[in-house]
Design a protein around this ligand. Sequence first.
Ligand SMILES: [Zn+2]
Length: 289
Amino acid sequence: MLNNFLDTRMNLTENDKKHIWTINKGYEGEVRSDIWLLNLTDNWLVLHDLLLEFNQSIFQIDTLIIACEKIYLLDVKNFEGDYAVKDDKWYNPSGELQKNPLHQLERCEILLKKLLNKLGYHFTIEAYLIFINPEFHLYIPSTESSIIFPTQLNRFLKKLNTRPVKLNNKHFHLAEQLASLHKDESPYPRLPPYTFEKIKKGITCYNCKSFLADKTLKCKNCGYVEDVDAAILRSIKEFTLLFPDRKITTDSIHDWCSIIKSKKTIRRILAKNLELIRHSRSSYYRLKK
Ligand SMILES: [Zn+2]
């Protein structure tokens, strides 16, 4: 569903479309390159979205690169906004505690190592947490060498490119083995990177998904007319799905819906249908459970 929203709201490039197509189609054990990995020189063996199991523990690998005697385990995150780390705990831009992605990565590395040993491989694993969204910032008390920030991405790729990649049958055999061990049901969809600034704002038609032209909310394409409250609530739900870290405020929804010029209308609908969370500096709304 998220992918379809993105497809409507962004001018996706052919690469993004290919990417989305592979997500929709599901994993096929294929070797493909990812958007941000396109700058890698040829001949890397890259596997995506592997869902594996060791001793009844399920773990998900976002991106795995097999390179000679090394395996790179990459967890690619599209976080947006200001995150903070305090006492090893991660907080999102709304100040809510969330899962520590470094712990998840570490768990993944340990389980992968055990699985590889069981299969008879003894590669060195290097694990990295990669943030690709330029709108991301992390307040972290100490440096963490396994985190790659958007501004370091190019240097990281350069570093990878300087290593010679001489792959042989052993590497291809491993890739095939891992792909065959992959479990079908992946709980997390992969999305192309997007930002609030770049995505197309507006309200889409409930019926045909084309963008509505003005506040009458009458679709020029199919003639469908939706009640303003219903249309805005539907847009808010879409907003929270695409941007779970952004706060729902009169301003943010006014921006998001764009064709509703009256902030008063937005404020009325928010106040009537959502829960107001009071904060000394800035209050915001939350969808009712
Ligand atoms: Zn329509």
